[in-house]
Design a protein around this ligand. Sequence first.
Ligand code: SF4
Length: 385
Amino acid sequence: MTAIPLGVPEVPVRPIAERRVSRQIMVGPVAVGGGAPVSVQSMTTTRTSDIGATLQQIAELTASGCQIVRVACPTQDDADALATIARKSQIPVIADIHFQPKYVFAAIEAGCAAVRVNPGNIKQFDDKVKEIARAAKDHGTPIRIGVNAGSLDRRLLQKYGRATPEALVESALWEASLFEEHGFRDVKISVKHNDPVVMVAAYQQLAEQCDYPLHLGVTEAGPAFQGTIKSAVAFGALLSRGIGDTIRVSLSAPPAEEVKVGIQILESLNLRQRRLEIVSCPSCGRAQVDVYKLADEVTAGLEGMEVPLRVAVMGCVVNGPGEAREADLGVASGNGKGQIFVKGEVVKTVPESKIVETLIEEAMKIAEQMEQDGVASGEPAVTVS
Ligand code: SF4
């Protein structure tokens, strides 16, 4: 086999922006804020009391790259399941609590890595903040103050008329101040809204008014296509200003899809090492191959590849050779043939029917070489201001 001169693989050295300076909390072993890599979260859709199904879904989420998982806890049976789930989960578990302060204590006692409370249920929580702060401090359990437009504190709804950015921020900071009164600052905050414009404004205001780490989310973002776009636009707007320490993409779709989207958003912004990246042209009247089919087949053939590989799939010779040369690996198609490029050099020309298998074969060689050279995947590149 001919050795391929790979040189130093291109890794992101320049994230989209310097990160906002925030205090750091630990959600189990995952650092959030304080310059830690932006982490990706999701939430289970199973009944938490069904321990087997919940752990199965957590295992699937872990395999998809999820770093922190949240589970709902609306009943005593769910609360009773938390200890086993927290102990057996491979990733930190956050208990999501509404209305019932007793479940906050149960989650802390159960060893959950964090607890999310909703200030919209403020009457139920306000009187208990002192005890919650003490229990959380004793167990080293951080609290997420999770404000949601759909369940905003009634007092603030009356004051502002609707869930404005100002209302969301005031709700979050009010609740944080209650914890601060008891010397508890192991807190992260979210101010979610289903409208990315309102959500972005809320997080911007929040970022200016506190140094807590921020959990980004567009709530009820919708089905996969719409939710992906809303989340990408909103997270992109915020992360491009350095705002955001952990993210959850909310989709009406299986939770592993949320994780895929979240990871892709971070990779796109150079906040995480890119893995496989297919650079394929949209095709046009000049295309001399079926670019969609080719791109799909190459993507399927390389699925799961962990090394940061950029593969160009181009339909003709206009931009094809240029893009193929810039990538680790590429094909520029034309006249029933494909010129295969590796690191800018044409290594062979193959008939159209052999393009996919040749690209996959060459990709495997490059991946093997990268692994031998110790090119780590998944380590996000970060800078801290
Ligand atoms: S590479 Fe060629 S086929 Fe693809 S969009 Fe550009 S001009 Fe069209």
